[in-house]
Write a protein that binds this ligand. Structure first.
Ligand code: HEC
Length: 129
């Protein structure tokens, strides 16, 4: 398992060096597990933005949690002209949307490792239909 993880992480690191924004190198299953712990109340188990808090926000006229099955992102956190790169998603997840002009309801998630972030981003991208 450790060897597997080391290999996976090394592959992930090399992947980041050679393919900066094309592919997420994370583990979709591990990302799903974290997502179900931390993000479902708003984004819903399948990432459609239909968790109970997400539905309440939408009903109250607040910005809806992003529907990840559409696969479109709006926040260009690193201001490189492209929204929704891995770097943008990491910034939104760790710093929240408010500092980038978005909803305060998308609050910063604390205590996530780089691997957690890579995995969650891989999961989020896997939801695109
Ligand atoms: C309390 C509700 C809530 C929770 C919990 C929440 N989000 Fe969100 N999320 C939102 C809302 C609302 C938006 C839309 C923000 C906007 O449009 O300004 C959003 C947007 C996003 C976006 C889209 C950014 C973009 O550029 O379009 C991502 C990615 C995201 N959330 C990931 C996560 C992850 C990962 C978690 C768990 C660690 C999480 N969210 C937890 C409410 C939430």
């Amino acid at each position: 398992m450790t060897r597997f993880l080391t290999t996976a992480l090394t592959t992930a690191a090399l992947g980041c060096l050679t393919l900066p924004s094309i592919a997420s190198a994370g583990d979709v299953a591990a990302g799903n597990a974290k997502f179900q712990q931390l993000c479902v109340s708003c984004h819903g188990p399948g990432g459609k933005g239909d968790g109970p808090t997400g539905l309440a926000l939408t009903a109250a006229g607040q910005p809806a949690p992003r529907d990840f099955t559409i696969g479109e992102f709006t926040i260009d956190a690193d201001k490189d002209g492209t929204a929704g790169s891995d770097s943008d998603l990491k910034d939104v997840i760790t710093k929240g949307a408010l500092v980038f002009g978005g909803s305060p309801m998308m609050a910063p998630a604390v205590g996530l490792s780089d691997a957690d972030l890579d995995n969650m981003i891989a999961f989020i991208r896997s939801l695109k239909e």
